[in-house]
Design a binder for this molecule. Structure first.
Ligand SMILES: [Zn+2]
Length: 356
């Protein structure tokens, strides 16, 4: 059995960016399933509407995540899917992969990627990567190819690829936060994983030291459709079953009623803003684009309390509070919430200074 966890512990692989002599053969189809007379059916998830069924190129939209799904199962104990020349919308230096296959426990999978920079030289050699392991490159990458090999461990059932996602980004354009004082401030009341009915995460987490606090919005589900724990479960299912992550991507989620939900442990690397190492993901449920939903006073108060607690706990100054869009071109956390971040930082400063 392939053990991904050991590779995950190695954590940061570095692509050698060796000019590979084996240029990618244009004769290979974008997706191929071995030992099957069923044509694989692939379609993009909701994050890449530009994807064309017959296109040889998968263009990724600004969300920075692609999802690929196979439709009906075919009948083969092994198979692979290979995706050609995925062109990123922005050059990136950090990648995080998710693979969701049928019946995870009975399926072994191997994920291989190779990359090339934007000067369109040859691709690197194939490099094996771990599910959710963060991969850093020496130079910004513009194109990536992915190969997923699936194998049934007992030979009895057919593996199929349910979802594949590639998160990508770079910290290059963002300044590092200044250190702050360590201050002991209470965390808001927490709805624990067991209280909201979380699934057990697949595999083990990688650990990190928290240095940045990243604010997100869900966009969807909207605050108007929020229904407490079941909303959080839906987000976890989507992250695990479609994006193929080990667990819900965020560390904390804030409901419009001000309820605070526990996501991943704080010391576990998340899946929300690649490179995720060092970043705590806090997601406010709602769509805070202009003219959409209102940030409720209850959600804002929880956000203030949580950010002050975390900044004090980790000794991070308020310059360590970011919006997702500080790292890449995404709408997240919405114009309204993003515009509010300066006043949120001021309020957190006041609390850290003991001024309220
Ligand atoms: Zn976000």
């Amino acid at each position: 059995m392939i053990r991904f966890s050991r590779l995950v512990l190695a954590s940061v692989l570095t692509f050698p960016l060796i000019a590979a002599s084996t240029a990618f053969s244009p004769a290979l189809s974008r997706v191929e399933v071995i030992e099957s007379d069923h044509e694989p059916f692939l379609r993009m998830g909701p994050f890449s509407p530009e994807m064309l069924e017959d296109s040889e190129q998968i263009d990724i939209n600004a969300s920075g995540v692609i999802s690929l799904r196979r439709g009906p199962e075919s009948y083969s104990p092994t198979g692979f899917a290979q995706f050609r020349a995925i062109v990123l919308d922005e050059p990136a230096t950090s990648f995080q992969f998710g693979v969701a296959a049928s019946e995870d426990r009975g399926i072994d999978h191997l994920l291989m990627v190779r990359v090339r920079t934007n000067d369109r030289t040859d691709f690197s050699n194939w490099v094996r990567v771990a599910k959710e392991g963060e991969v850093q490159t020496l130079e910004p990458i513009q194109e990536i190819q992915v190969k997923v090999i699936l194998k049934s461990l007992n030979g009895r059932h057919t593996p199929w690829l349910r979802g594949l996602s590639i998160g990508y980004g770079t910290d290059r354009n963002v300044s590092e936060p200044e250190a702050g004082e360590t201050v002991n401030l209470p965390r808001p009341n927490l709805i624990t994983r067991s209280a909201w009915g979380a699934r057990i995460a697949h595999g083990s987490y990688d650990s990190h030291q928290v240095v940045k606090l990243i604010v997100h919005h869900t966009f969807e589900p909207r605050a108007s459709s929020y229904s407490g724990s079941s909303t959080i479960k839906g987000i976890q299912n989507f992250h695990m079953d479609s994006r193929g992550w080990s667990d819900i991507g965020y560390h904390y989620l804030v409901g419009p009623d001000g309820m605070l939900f526990e996501g991943r442990p704080e010391n576990a690397i998340g899946a929300h803003c690649p490179p995720n190492t060092g970043k705590l993901g806090i997601c406010v449920i709602g769509n805070f684009d202009s003219g959409e939903e209102r940030l409720t006073p209850a959600a804002l108060e929880t956000l203030h309390q949580l950010l002050a607690h975390l900044a004090g706990k980790y000794g991070i100054s308020v310059s360590g509070i970011y919006g997702h869009r500080d790292f890449r071109s995404t709408g997240c956390p919405g114009d309204v919430l993003y515009a509010r971040l300066p006043s949120i930082r001021e309020e957190v400063s006041r609390r850290l200074a003991g001024l309220r």
